[in-house]
Design a protein around this ligand. Structure first.
Ligand code: PEP
Length: 253
């Protein structure tokens, strides 16, 4: 049975003090109100990983990074490798977020390498895919998203694929306040799952958690999460407010 997951992507936000407060609040509310029914993950900026991991201790809330390098070690100033994250016992890493694709030129081939590095370091990649507005308007969104999945994941064995979490995030819905309708989300999640099934079979595809991301908030989460192929959410802006984020987690129960 695939897992229900809600992950917060803090992006490049919060001072250390603010980050500590937000973590304390989320941890407390999740312990009181969620009771282990939904895996809750906070993907935080690199400098806060060790501190917040320590703060979370053995809480049900897990920690994740927002990226990792395609290299293991060496002269790559400013980069952080999957082996560094492994050495800190960080369990999750977001890969291929549309902001990384757009602002840092990450492409499918590079992301295939990052996925391999993350898996080799025992990290669970939260692999993002999704189409920009012009592709949606041209009606070629299914083709593009299938290609994104193919380019970065289809080299994996079935066993390796089962360790991946996928996040479908239409770029036009990220940070815009414009959410995909539940029907649009369900359609695309079903397309992704069917595409996985075409390569790995139904049983493997049915085990992969596919999260929806794009302006999820406490008001729209329940409808989106009620779709049969939506297994949770990757939440940006709304993950910066503890009450709203935990209400989103609760919408997945
Ligand atoms: C994201 O950054 O992954 C995201 C979905 O952002 P937002 O929820 O703010 O649209």
């Amino acid at each position: 049975m695939r897992e229900k997951i809600v992950a917060g992507n803090w992006k490049m936000n919060k001072t250390l003090e603010e980050a500590r407060i937000l973590t304390t609040e989320v941890m407390g509310m999740v312990a009181d109100e969620v009771k282990g029914k939904v895996k809750t993950i906070l993907c935080v900026p690199f400098p806060y990983l060790a501190i917040l991991k320590n703060q979370l201790g053995n809480s049900a809330v897990k920690i994740g990074a927002q990226n990792c390098s395609e290299h293991d070690w060496g002269a790559y100033t400013g980069e952080v490798s999957s082996l560094m994250l492994k050495s800190m016992e960080i369990p999750y890493v977001i890969l291929g977020h549309s902001e990384r694709r757009q602002y840092f030129g990450e492409n499918g081939k590079l992301l295939a390498t990052k996925v391999d590095k993350a898996l080799a370091a025992n990290l669970t990649p939260i692999f993002c895919c999704g189409e920009p507005l012009e592709i949606r308007e041209a009606g070629t969104h299914e083709k593009l998203v299938k290609l994104q999945v193919e380019e970065s994941l289809f080299h994996l064995t079935a066993e390796a694929l089962k360790k991946i979490v996928i996040a479908y995030e239409p770029v036009w819905a990220i940070g815009t306040g414009k959410t995909a309708s539940a029907q649009q989300a369900q359609e695309m999640h079903a397309v992704i799952r069917k595409h996985l099934a075409s390569k790995y079979g139904d049983s493997v595809a049915s085990e992969i958690s596919i999260l929806y991301g794009g302006s999820v908030n406490a008001k729209n989460a329940q409808e989106l999460f009620s779709c049969p192929d939506v297994d949770g959410g990757l939440v940006g802006g709304a993950s910066l407010k503890s009450r709203e984020f935990v209400d989103i987690v609760k919408a997945m129960k």
